[in-house]
Design a protein around this ligand. Structure first.
Ligand SMILES: Nc1nc2c(ncn2[C@@H]2O[C@H](COP(=O)(O)OP(=O)(O)O)[C@@H](O)[C@H]2O)c(=O)[nH]1
Ligand SMILES: [Mg+2]
Length: 222
C-alpha cells in the first residue's frame, strides 16, 4: 500500500509557492523579513521602534499575523505605520496563500521593506517559508536562556536573532552565555542584536543592519 505523507506534501507545496513569491518580491525590489518568536517577545514593539527610524528613507509595509484580533495592526496604524492584519482563527502559523491574500491590491514596487510579524510561537511558523529574504527569530530576557535548546529549529531556520528586553537584565537572572551557546549550537552562523524596545537600546544598530540589507537588495539584478 502506498503511503502518502500529507505533512511533507503541505510543506513541499508551501515551499514551491514561497520560492515563487520570493522571486516576485525580488523582482519588485521589495526586501522581506519574517519575524518569528514566542508571544510577547516584543515583535510589535520592535516594528514600532523600527518604523520612525526607517520610514523617512524607506517605504515600509507590515503584515501582522495573529490568531485572533486586529489589535497589533491597529496599534501600528495608530503609530502611522501602514499595516494589515491577518487573523488566522485557529491556525498557528502564516502560510504563502495568506500573505498573497494580504497583499491584494498592494503595489509591491512601491514597498522597499515588507515586515511580516508571524503568529507568536516557536514551532508551527518555523517550517513555513513565506518568501522572505531574512528570517528573524526574536527572543527576550523574560523567556529563559533554555529556549534555543528547546526550540532549535526556530534558530536553525533564522539568520538573525534579535534579543529583546535587555533593560530587565538587572532584575531577572539570565545566563546570556548559555543562551548564545545554545543558539550557536543550533545555528553556528546566527547573528545577535541585543535591544530594548522600551528604552531604545540597540535599535539604531539593528536598523542600520536592515537598511544595508535593503540597499544591497535594491542593487541586485533580478
Ligand atoms: N521591559 C520591556 N518590556 C518590553 C520590551 N519590549 C516589549 N515589551 C513589553 O512586552 C509585551 C509584549 O510586547 P509585544 O510587542 O506586544 O510582543 P509580541 O507579542 O511579540 O508582538 C508588552 O507589554 C511590551 O510593552 C522591552 O524591551 N522591555
Ligand atoms: Mg504582536
Amino acid at each position: 500500500m502506498t503511503k502518502i505523507d500529507m505533512k511533507a506534501n503541505v510543506y513541499n507545496r508551501n515551499q514551491e509557492m514561497a520560492d515563487a513569491l520570493r522571486s516576485r518580491f525580488t523582482n519588485a525590489k521589495t526586501y522581506v523579513i519574517n519575524i518569528v518568536s514566542s508571544p510577547g517577545s516584543g515583535k510589535t514593539s520592535l516594528i514600532e521602534q523600527m518604523a520612525p527610524r526607517l520610514m523617512p528613507e524607506l517605504n515600509l509595509f507590515v503584515i501582522d499575523g495573529d490568531v485572533e484580533t486586529q489589535c497589533d495592526a491597529i496599534r501600528l496604524q495608530n503609530a502611522g505605520i501602514p499595516a494589515v492584519q491577518i487573523e488566522t482563527h485557529g491556525s498557528c502559523h502564516l502560510d504563502v496563500p495568506m500573505i498573497e491574500k494580504a497583499l491584494t491590491g498592494i503595489e509591491l514596487a512601491n514597498i522597499d521593506l515588507l515586515i511580516i510579524e508571524n503568529i507568536g510561537n516557536l514551532i508551527c511558523p518555523v517550517g513555513f517559508d513565506l518568501g522572505e529574504h531574512l528570517r528573524v527569530v526574536m527572543a527576550s530576557l523574560t523567556e529563559g536562556e533554555d529556549k534555543p535548546m528547546k526550540y532549535p529549529q526556530a534558530y536553525r531556520k533564522a539568520q538573525v536573532c534579535v534579543f529583546n528586553k535587555i533593560d530587565l537584565a538587572e532584575f531577572i537572572p539570565f545566563d546570556m552565555e548559555k543562551f548564545q551557546m545554545a543558539a550557536k549550537r543550533a545555528n553556528e552562523n546566527i547573528d545577535f542584536f541585543d535591544v530594548s524596545c522600551t528604552k531604545g537600546n540597540g535599535i539604531d544598530q539593528w536598523c542600520s543592519y536592515i537598511k544595508d540589507k535593503v540597499r544591497q537588495h535594491k542593487s541586485i539584478q533580478p
